[in-house]
Design a protein around this ligand. Structure first.
Ligand SMILES: [Zn+2]
Length: 259
């Protein structure tokens, strides 16, 4: 058993998809020790709507040595590498088109075939369609890999809408608050820097968040069905919005998984 230190910006738990180590409210940082069995790692797919708390949980697992494989990151990296494929991708993305399943699969195949360890990766944002899920199965077979568990962090839509639309940030220090809870001790005064100026993120309107959630649900439904049939699908209740509570549930699932 190894021991690791995980730092959370307590103001950010479950509210913002940011690297908690980079939380600007340093005074609000809380250190939590978690014991874990570092030798046993699984291959996981994480699912969850934007704002469900999925990103935070993946960050916790990454700190234990899990490798996150996200299609968004892969696309960015490939474009930045300046490779032939990268140039092709840039052209597609610059023209506002969606990158085809075939190209996404190619990127995933590249990374899976180069993995140093057979176990310990997390797929984030992939598969997004049932076609991708089926192709992933053949990629795994080809690379002699296996997905041990598919975990969906399930958070009620109304809660996600409140989490996202209620967010506001201290202009001075960047500490995050939420008007539906998680307010500063003194209303209108930042706990961290005593600043009194705040801003909201205007792009996260209720309408936009609802649209994103609907897209997620319609895309996720067939994928969930697919993995339920394989008996590797699990759900975690993300409604608490507390990273530790979500994490504890994930741990309980991991205990049940068999390599
Ligand atoms: Zn502040």
């Amino acid at each position: 058993m190894k021991k690791t230190n995980i730092y959370y910006g307590i103001r950010n738990i479950g509210l913002l998809n940011m690297d908690n180590d980079e939380c600007p409210c340093k005074k609000g940082l809380k250190k939590i020790d978690i014991k874990y069995d570092s030798d046993k790692k699984f291959n996981l797919i994480f699912m969850g709507a934007p704002g469900s708390g999925k990103g935070t949980e993946i960050q916790i697992l990454q700190k234990e040595g899990y490798t996150k494989i996200s299609t968004g990151d892969l696309l960015r990296e490939e474009v930045n590498s300046g490779s032939e494929l990268g140039k092709k991708l840039k052209k597609i993305m610059d023209s506002g088109n969606l990158v085809s399943d075939d190209l996404v699969i190619k990127l995933i195949d590249n990374i899976l075939s180069k993995l140093e360890s057979k176990n310990g990766f997390i797929l984030d944002g992939f598969p997004r369609t049932i076609q991708q899920a089926k192709k992933l199965d053949s990629l795994l077979k080809k690379n002699k890999l296996k997905i041990h568990g598919v975990i969906e962090i399930k958070t009620p839509d109304e809660l996600i809408i409140k989490r996202i639309t209620g967010r506001y940030v201290c202009v001075n220090c960047g500490a995050t608050y939420n008007k539906f809870g998680n307010k500063p001790e003194v209303d209108g005064v930042c706990d961290v820097c005593q600043g009194t100026e705040f801003k909201t993120r205007s792009d996260d309107t209720e309408e936009i968040v609802k649209k994103r959630l609907n897209t997620y649900h319609s895309e996720a439904a067939p994928i969930i069905k697919f993995y339920k049939k394989q008996n590797i699908f699990y759900t975690v209740d993300g409604s608490s919005g507390e990273a530790l509570i979500t994490d504890q549930q994930v741990r309980n699932i991991l205990k049940e998984l068999i390599i």
